[in-house]
Design a binder for this molecule. Structure first.
Ligand code: AMP
Length: 215
């Protein structure tokens, strides 16, 4: 069983890299942000609670996040392990998590803020199948349409310059200390998030001692 956390600033490729690991290693990919986005799309009670907070790029309350994580982990569908993305994001969440689960590794994707701004502001998402695109590096074949399912692409409500600055500040102030906490447990693997996707994946595999990525 493999239990991983993937951390990194917005746009560092956490979701993309986590999905690649998931497919190959049969891990369950748990993205707290994806769970919240699902609730917003489905207009659930929780969706109504978090919609405005997310659109402003602010953090959802720890109570709600912990409830979502507890419920998701409680499904116990992670026979081969999990990779959790977007959590923990502050000291309290990290303590909550470490009380219940021991972690094999924290993958930390490093990306300078300027590159984050460039990537995030050109990011597009398919709200139907979840595929993401980048207008610089990874354009859809037909403008504005998903290559996989043909649905119209959207910009995430929190991928605006204002929301991005708020998320960058939160990342540096609240999430970085979490990394230091994990560092003391000697589970952090730093990986350069700037190279192309496949290269980053290879670097992750190498540092975790996993078989190479075959594409
Ligand atoms: P993400 O896709 O991880 O960037 O998450 C999108 C948004 O969901 C964040 O900007 C927050 O509003 C909320 N969110 C996701 N994960 C957390 C978390 N661990 N703690 C608080 N808010 C979160």
């Amino acid at each position: 069983m493999r239990k991983y956390v993937i951390m990194g600033v917005q746009g560092s490729g956490k979701g993309t890299q986590a999905k690649m690991l998931r497919e190959d290693l049969d891990l369950v990919h748990i993205s707290v942000g994806d769970i919240f986005r699902w609730h917003v799309r489905q207009h659930t009670k929780m969706g109504a609670q978090v919609k405005r907070i997310m659109a402003a790029g602010e953090l959802v309350s720890d109570e709600l996040v912990e409830e979502v994580v507890r419920r998701r982990m409680g499904i116990h569908d992670w026979n081969y392990g999990f990779i959790i993305d977007g959590f923990p994001r502050n000291g309290r969440q990290a303590e909550f998590f470490m009380e219940s689960y021991d972690i094999d590794a924290v993958i930390h994707l490093e990306l300078p803020d300027d590159e984050v701004r460039r990537r995030v502001l050109s990011r597009r998402l398919c709200p139907s199948c979840g595929m993401d695109y980048n207008l610089i590096a990874d354009r859809p074949e037909q403008e504005g349409r998903c290559d996989i399912c043909g649905h119209e692409l959207i910009t995430r409500a929190d991928d605006t310059p204002e929301a991005l600055e708020s998320r960058l500040t939160d990342y540096h102030e609240k999430t970085r200390p979490v990394l230091e906490l994990f560092r003391r447990k000697e589970v952090v693997h730093d990986v350069d998030g700037r190279p192309p996707v496949d290269e980053v994946q290879q670097a992750i595999r190498k540092t975790l001692g996993l078989p190479a990525y075959r594409g």
